[in-house]
Design a protein around this ligand. Structure first.
Ligand code: MN
Length: 279
């Protein structure tokens, strides 16, 4: 039995299938998917149907593109001209898929590893990160028709108000949608942060193009009252890193398959990396 983490598939079903074949993925193995399962690539609908059929042996964390689809389906937003999941939105099973997808997590942890789409800010311990993720997961994964108190948000309200870059940094005193949006942005959109762990939402380059006053989130030095994180972090989202972080405890899984490069599988037990070139 082995556990494999795979980064941003973005609808690249053919490469995903080929990669599973190369690693001889079997019914005894487990798959961790680091989010952005869909969008920009060609087969979002078929990819989600395939992954949904694996549910017993697959851990999924949500990425910004997955949340974007949910915000269109449940939050009243419109697709943009760059989106490629029109077939998914028109599918007869789109609501079944959407309700299943919104029950997935933002972070998952096991055997000394954490998987997350973008990252975990250095101002949070792992325990805090899981508690904050649970606050968002409780809202977006809410059971249909559940009775809410006046100060509780529904999942539809969350998806309606999800977009935005503010507040750009964490404060424990944040409440309501500002709090949930900031938590969600750290887990699903973060790349560079400054010394106050303020997110930079503009730059998307690699390590060599780090903007002045910022650093990659995984180089943020935790404050003295935070323990050094015990787990290795597996993350996607940042294709321009092309798998390179220069730190042994942060594994970048997004190697830009949808941009014509490759899809990466990382074996948690052995550390072995397997790549499938884009077709
Ligand atoms: Mn992403």
């Amino acid at each position: 039995m082995a556990t494999y983490a795979i980064g941003d598939i973005q609808g690249c079903l053919r490469e995903f299938d080929s990669l599973l074949e190369t690693i001889s993925f079997s019914a005894h193995d487990e798959l961790w998917l680091a989010g952005d399962l869909i969008n920009r690539g060609p087969q979002s609908l078929q990819l989600l149907r395939r992954v949904k059929s694996f549910s017993g042996q697959c851990q999924i964390v949500l990425g910004n593109h997955d949340l974007h689809f949910l915000a269109i389906l449940f939050g009243g937003h419109k697709a943009s001209s760059k989106d490629t999941f029109e077939e998914l939105l028109q599918a007869p099973d789109v609501y079944e898929i959407g309700h299943w997808l919104r029950k997935q997590k933002l972070v998952h942890r096991d055997i000394g590893h954490i998987v997350v789409h973008a990252g975990i800010p250095g101002v949070w311990s792992s325990t805090q990160a899981f508690a904050y993720a649970a606050e968002v997961e409780a809202v977006i994964g809410q059971d249909e028709g559940v009775a809410l108190s006046a100060d509780e948000l529904s999942y539809k309200e969350f998806f309606a108000e999800m977009y935005g870059n503010k507040p750009p940094y964490w404060e424990p005193s944040l409440i309501g949608m500002d709090r949930l949006r900031t938590i969600t942005n750290y887990f699903t959109r973060m790349r560079y942060v400054d010394a106050a762990c303020t997110m930079n939402f503009v730059e998307k380059g690699g390590l060599e193009s780090t903007p002045n006053g910022f650093m990659p989130w995984f180089e943020f030095a935790p404050s003295q009252n935070l323990q050094v994180r015990a787990e290795k972090i597996l993350f996607g989202h940042w294709a321009s890193l092309n798998g390179v972080t220069h730190t042994p405890n942060h594994i970048a899984l997004d190697t830009g398959c949808v941009w014509g490069r490759s899809l990466t599988a990382y074996c948690l037990e052995t550390g072995k990396i397997t790549r499938q070139s884009a077709y």
